[in-house]
Design a protein around this ligand. Structure first.
Ligand code: PHE
Length: 336
């Protein structure tokens, strides 16, 4: 009996449907009351117990195979009928919709967020129109600090267009929930002459980590990890001491681009080093203005220009290209 089952199994497997052999003919031949498989089941009833053991599962497998094959074909025929009935011509070519693409700044921001998510950072955003206090005062800028000057800042009546995303640090610390581990992307504005290298608005991503016992070593390790992920394993970095009113000590981080090519020499002004961000330990005065006790908590912060690292990553030489909305330019970029 096993041999006959196997023979029918081969037949079923090889069965090809066409105009003359439709689902219904298949059903009649194998699955109907007088079909071959049904007849085998009748025979099976009179088998000995021993035989039943070996034949049972093979026979069931054959039945399942035949039923599946029948069902699939039946569905195919039903859809064919529907299509014919509706008068649609499904063989017509589809209308080509122009496909959108992500803006290069969006691609890079998404990647940055992904890297910091993997380190346990959350994301947060703040307003672009700020008050003097959040943009400057609470960040330890002295009353006469030149950054408050009309030359750098756009004013809207009593407010300013934020000049950096550091204002979002203050908004988050004010909420009074610690520890904080956040990245804060967004658009910032500066009243600067527009050129290939600088625009009156651009994008930054701010980082902030406040907890008990956060040290400069944590800052370095975090940024080091970020650089390896974003710019590639083995990318060299260096920290140069710097000054920001809201961090102490402060530093700027450079990555090694090399001096091999004309492009690299131009970008790095011959030094081989490219500045990518500012950072430091959150100044005790900043913590105090947000009611955080600097004796108990410490933290680090960093801020980098998204436009700048996008230009580095893709070799874009004019920042204005991001904003002229020429799709031929914007369409070229894929994931980093
Ligand atoms: N806000 C600084 C800038 O715009 C960058 C920065 C952020 C520096 C955080 C230190 C800490 O240049």
């Amino acid at each position: 009996m096993i041999e006959r089952i196997q023979k029918i199994q081969q037949e079923v497997e090889a069965y090809v449907f066409d105009e003359n052999q439709k689902a219904e003919s298949f059903r009649l031949a194998y699955l109907s009351k007088k079909g071959l498989i049904t007849t085998l089941f009748d025979e099976f009833k009179s088998c000995s117990v021993e035989e039943k053991k070996s034949v049972g599962s093979v026979l069931n497998q054959l039945k399942r195979l035949a039923e599946e094959k029948y069902q699939t074909q039946k569905e195919v025929e039903e859809t064919q009928q529907e299509v014919q009935g509706s008068g649609e011509d499904r063989s017509l070519p589809v209308y080509q919709f122009p496909e959108g693409s992500l803006h290069p700044l969006r691609i890079v921001e998404d990647r940055l967020l992904e890297i910091f998510y993997s380190l346990g950072f959350d994301v947060s955003e703040g307003p672009e129109i700020e008050d003097d206090y959040h943009n400057f005062g609470a960040l330890n800028f002295a009353e006469d600090h030149p950054a408050r000057d009309m030359q750098d800042t756009f004013f809207i009546a009593e407010h300013v267009l934020r000049t950096h995303t550091s204002s979002v640090q203050i908004r988050e610390m004010e909420k009074g929930k610690l520890p904080l581990r956040l990245v804060m992307p967004g658009r910032v504005y500066r009243n600067e002459a527009v050129s290939a290298r600088s625009n009156c608005f651009f994008h930054q991503i701010e980082g902030l980590y406040i907890d008990k016992g956060v040290s400069f070593a944590d800052l370095k390790q975090t940024l080091y990890y970020f650089v390896q992920q974003f710019f590639g394993e083995g990318t060299k970095v260096r920290f140069r001491s710097s000054y920001f009113p809201f961090t102490e000590p402060s530093a700027e981080m450079d990555i090694w681009a090399g001096t091999d090519t004309e492009e690299n020499r131009r970008l790095t002004k011959g030094t081989g080093w490219l500045e990518v961000l500012g950072c430091g330990m959150v100044h005790p005065n900043v913590l105090k203005s947000c009611n955080i006790d600097p004796e108990e908590y410490t933290g680090f912060a960093f801020g980098m220009g998204i436009d700048r690292i996008t230009m580095l990553k893709y070799g874009i030489t004019d920042i204005r290209d991001f904003f002229i909305n020429d799709v031929r330019m914007l369409k070229q970029f894929s994931g980093v």
